[in-house]
Write a protein that binds this ligand. Structure first.
Ligand code: HEC
Length: 123
């Protein structure tokens, strides 16, 4: 379906998934983490993708959705424990939330390395 709305739709999707000026997604999927080389070899992919869904769907009943990058990786375990209790999560759900928030916060808070200098034009 190509219509005049198609570019608008793509634009909106891009805005939602890649908001912020860093060019990194706010809530990266497991695939995006892997692509960025941020997935440890022993990572539990199901746990991480469940953690992502939890952050996007279970947390806005009481306040706005917080992004992983808003807090340091060291802060997320205690936030996960506190919010897991408030949300009446099982141990497993709290573990998913902690695993995802810690891993993605670590990546998203790492400064983006500067672009390599543009090589002078080859003649
Ligand atoms: C039952 C209501 C409730 C739910 C559901 C809830 N929160 Fe909260 N959240 C609070 C309250 C109340 C505060 C402020 C008091 C506090 O920090 O304990 C808060 C604060 C926070 C903060 C700020 C913490 C700080 O130290 O500044 C973060 C981050 C957060 N919540 C994340 C989450 C996440 C992620 C979820 C989903 C798993 C979630 N919350 C679900 C009630 C809730």
């Amino acid at each position: 379906m190509m219509s005049i709305w198609t570019p608008v739709l793509f634009g909106l999707t891009g805005l939602l998934l890649f908001s912020g000026c860093s060019g990194r997604p706010s809530f990266p999927t497991v695939g995006q983490l892997a692509e960025a080389g941020q997935l440890p070899p022993d990572a539990d992919r199901n746990q991480l993708s469940d953690g992502r869904i939890i952050m996007l769907t279970q947390c806005h009943g009481c306040h706005r959705i917080y992004r992983p990058a808003e807090y340091k990786p060291e802060q997320w375990p205690s936030i996960s424990r506190r919010m897991g209790k408030l949300t009446k999560f099982s141990r497993e759900e709290t573990d998913c939330l902690r695993a995802y928030s810690v891993l993605t916060s670590r990546w998203l808070r790492t400064p983006i390395p500067p672009e390599p200098p543009v090589p002078s034009e080859q003649k």
